[in-house]
Design a protein around this ligand. Structure first.
Ligand code: SF4
Length: 454
């Protein structure tokens, strides 16, 4: 019997990317085969993001453009955050959809699929979950960096954020299951794992080991075969010096912390319900800067939050100069459903939001350009990710998550090539996933450039 086929398109964050890997694994176990386009698929799934208005709209645009395919008997499904946010209203907006499931319902996917195959017109999984989704079925998309979810959901309820509504309450996985998964991945040849959660610092081990996040991180760093352990996303409210101590002790724990600040103004932080002040945040930055090994810090910032004054904005701009982030994701505020701020006047004009966004982006680019010059003349270790799409160079990442584009000495041309009289450069003596040493020759705002030395 020909395999049932599915096409899965993913929007949004790394959590969604990894959720899609687990959904794909579950579908394969149900006898579905993945295909690369909608035309070949019987089941077309969109794993969605609703962190900003624009993101949420994308799925309805995709559904509308794909609607003609429904006449060929294809089935459509909406997964993830928009599924949980909009629920069965999706069937009204896109009547050709027959499956809607939030991330807290992925454990029920096999049953939902069976009901669909048995002829049910529509099936929905929109309940809450009080346990993390455990599955062995993961179809990993990245051959050398593996994601591991350690905690799902979020209990913080920042005033602007829809995640607690779409992903539910915090649910930590047992440390033994996480560490076993990491060891199995190392056994499969993965050298880099990334621990994922909306707020990894809130990790609370449900198992007797009762590890906190610093303890889990330290244990993951001891797994034989792993060379790099990354984690994202942190929250200043739960970030502790113990995490920095663990990182300082073991270079397998990568030199990078992503610590979203969102604003540099206490007044805005208070209205955002972030639960920390500018001063407290800078104390955490000082603790990170005191780590024996230099750690790169990146962040997230929202501009144009309701009531953000010029002075509030200046404080955020000044914070960039004070912290000197290695990178920053800066977004314009957009009201989200089911959030406290949704009922507040979105009183910052869009052009002002755009102005503030551009000012911060330019300032941050300048800081990155200045600070990256410090790497020129130094050697860095990069994990090779592949050939740069545009440059005839290789590209990879340092432990501090900086992009490195580099040239590599060509290996001796294979004899076969010579016979053809076409002395073409043979590829370098390594493959993606390898670790190489690169001498940095120059640096831009977003990448380092050099040549391989070992
Ligand atoms: S910590 Fe705040 S911003 Fe982050 S996921 Fe939770 S509610 Fe959203």
């Amino acid at each position: 019997m020909p395999a049932k086929t599915f096409y899965l398109e993913t929007f949004g964050c790394q959590m969604n990317v990894h959720d899609s890997e687990r959904v794909a694994g579950t579908l394969q176990a149900q006898g579905y085969a993945p295909v690369g386009n909608m035309q070949e698929a019987e089941l077309i799934l969109f794993n969605t993001c609703s962190i900003r208005d624009k993101a949420a709209h994308k799925v309805f645009e995709r559904l509308a453009s794909a609607k003609p395919l429904a006449r060929q008997g294809k089935k459509f499904g909406v997964l993830g955050c928009v599924a949980q946010q909009e629920g069965e209203a999706i069937y009204r907006r896109a009547p050709h959809v027959s499956l809607v499931a939030g991330s807290a319902s992925y454990a029920r996917l096999p049953e939902l699929l069976r009901d669909l195959e048995a002829g049910a017109g529509r099936v929905s999984g929109l309940g809450a979950a009080d346990e993390a989704f455990e599955t062995e079925l993961t179809r990993r998309g990245n051959p050398f960096r593996a994601y591991i979810t350690i905690i799902e959901g979020c209990d913080k309820h920042c005033a602007y954020c829809v995640v607690p509504y779409t992903r539910g309450q915090e649910r930590s996985r047992a440390s033994a299951a996480i560490l076993r998964e990491a060891a199995e991945l190392a056994g499969l040849g993965y050298t880099e794992v990334q621990l994922l959660g909306q707020n990894v610092n809130s990790y609370r081990d449900p198992a007797p080991a009762r590890l906190d996040f610093a303890g889990l991180l330290a244990a993951a760093g001891e797994i034989p075969g792993l060379r790099r352990v990354r984690y994202t996303t942190s929250h200043p409210r739960d970030f502790t010096p113990a995490i920095v101590t663990a990182m300082g002790r073991n270079p397998v724990l990568c030199d990078h912390v992503h610590l979203p600040v969102q604003s540099g103004s206490d007044a805005v932080l208070a209205r955002m319900r972030r639960g920390y002040t500018r001063a407290r945040y800078l104390e955490l930055i000082a603790a990170i800067r005191a780590c024996p090994r230099p750690l790169a810090v990146t962040t997230d910032i929202i501009v144009g939050f309701p009531g953000e004054t010029d002075r509030d904005f200046e404080q955020t701009a000044e914070l960039l100069g004070e912290v000197r982030y290695a990178g920053a994701f800066i977004f314009k505020y957009s009201p989200r459903p089911h959030t406290e701020a949704q009922t507040w006047a979105d009183d910052i004009a869009d052009e002002v939001k755009t102005q503030r966004l551009m000012i911060l982006q330019q300032r941050q680019q300048q800081i990155q350009m200045e600070d990256n010059q410090a790497w020129v003349g130094r050697e860095v270790e990069a994990m090779v990710e592949g050939r740069h799409p545009k440059l005839s160079q290789w590209t990879g990442r340092t432990s501090s998550n900086r992009v490195v584009n580099f040239s590599a000495p060509e290996a001796a041309p294979a004899p076969g090539l010579a016979i053809l009289g076409q002395p073409a450069p043979a590829p370098a003596g390594f493959t993606p996933g390898a670790y190489v040493r690169v001498r940095v020759e120059r640096a831009g705002a977003n990448s380092l450039v050099g040549h391989q030395v070992a």
